[in-house]
Design a protein around this ligand. Structure first.
Ligand code: PMP
Ligand code: GLN
Length: 387
């Protein structure tokens, strides 16, 4: 066969860095601070709810296409309680196979080939793949250290007559940047002025430290043009369950559902019941989650600094971005490929999240959603890098 098997749109996307680095961690026995997943499962009563659902025959057969009514209601209640956002559970909520499918379905539904989508880089890896699948073009706007604040002038300059959407992620993976109210308002202003859609990836909405998460849809004039995406993975520490959701106007949810029904149709039946219960957990649950992670952030950030990493303190997510140049490294990819052998630790080179590889060449991301003793073990291993 002369033609390459993988189509041109996906050429170069290869294996996701998360799969590659987790496989390396397993093969080498290294401490895996690469792929972001907690090493302690979420609340026992929520796991029990999932087990009960399986054993009592709830969700073992295809659940309804838009998601079970209990979960749609719980998502709507959560948006109302946390942000004062009112959504009709029957027409304005759609349950998906994680945020990953929600974003894919949204982009495949809303984009025409040739459309441009602006996203801040570094960006989560599935964004580039989904934009490519839709035949659209990604237009990156670079966030730069030490604070990774969005450059709103550059964002404005990036808008053309072909721009269809802004794909926004706050709290931001991998940098941990959390958009301020003023920044969120400025982005909303641009979206309205240029009649753009905004897809907002809010999977880390409950992982914010001393900051406030401001959903774009809560700003004046944004509800009708915002596709809000979130999921249960991070907020409830069950990343394998893959229960996500979209909220938006009936027209938006309809469009996304049209695509979603031909991707997975439905997913995660019994887990949907458990996540409906999780979303109704008291505020204290979410506060404790964030307080616990904040302590881990502080412990791990100060340990990395002592070793000699340049550390960019995150305001949200469970990732810390560092610069390894002070340790004498010139390339983060090479650094991460050697790290399991040198130090018995796995991390993610942030360059893979950039189109402008130079901008992220020496940045390396660590996940700190691990038990304290594991973080301490990782730090003691990384100490061999100290100069
Ligand atoms: N968006 C971002 C920014 C993420 O970090 C992740 C993490 N996996 C996802 C989306 C995907 O979420 P899910 O596991 O719910 O598909
Ligand atoms: N969101 C997780 C991360 O950024 C991993 C998700 C995945 O493996 N695709 O590390």
């Amino acid at each position: 066969m002369k033609r390459p098997l993988l189509n041109r749109r996906l050429d170069g996307l290869g294996t996701s860095i998360f799969a590659e680095m987790s496989a390396r961690a397993v093969a080498t026995g290294a401490v895996n601070l690469g792929q972001g997943f907690p090493d302690v499962d979420g609340p026992r009563e929520i796991a029990q709810a999932a087990a009960n659902a399986v054993l009592t025959g709830k969700g073992n057969q295809y659940p309804p296409g838009p998601g079970i009514p209990e979960l749609r209601r719980a998502v709507a209640d959560h948006q109302q309680r946390c942000y004062g956002l009112a959504y009709d559970p029957d027409t304005e909520v759609l349950v998906t196979a994680g945020a990953t499918e929600a974003i894919a379905a949204a982009l495949l539904a809303l984009l025409e080939p040739g459309d441009e989508v602006i996203a801040f880089e570094p960006y989560y890896d599935s964004y580039a793949a989904n934009i490519a699948m839709a035949g659209a073009t990604r237009v990156p706007v670079t966030l730069r250290p030490p604070h990774f604040r969005p450059d709103l002038q550059r964002l404005s300059d990036a808008i053309t007559s072909r721009t269809r959407a802004i794909l926004l992620n706050s709290p931001h993976n991998p940098t941990g940047m959390v958009l301020t109210r003023a920044e969120t308002e400025a982005i909303a202003g641009l979206a309205i002025a240029h009649d753009l859609l905004v897809v907002t990836d809010e999977v880390y909405e409950h992982l914010v430290y001393d900051r406030e998460h401001i959903p774009l849809a809560s700003l004046d004039g944004m509800r009708e043009r915002t596709v809000s995406v979130s999921s249960a993975g991070k907020a409830f520490s069950f990343t394998g369950w893959k229960v996500g959701w979209v909220t938006g106007t009936p027209a938006i949810v309809n469009a996304v559902r049209t695509t979603k029904q031909f991707l997975t149709f439905v997913s995660s039946g019994p887990f949907q019941y458990a996540v409906a219960e999780a979303l109704a957990l008291p505020a204290a649950y979410f506060e404790t989650l964030a307080e616990d992670l904040k302590k881990k952030r502080d412990l791990f950030a100060s340990g990395l600094k002592e070793i000699g990493f340049e550390v960019y303190q995150p305001d949200g997510t469970y990732f810390i971005t560092t610069d390894v140049a002070p340790l004498g490294a010139r390339d983060g990819i090479e650094f991460c490929l050697n790290l399991p052998d040198r130090a018995g630790v796995v991390a993610i080179p942030s360059a893979v999240f950039y189109d402008d590889k130079e901008a992220g060449r020496t940045q390396v991301r660590f996940a700190f959603c691990k038990r304290t003793e594991i973080l301490e073990e990782a730090l003691s291993r990384l100490a061999v890098l100290a100069r």
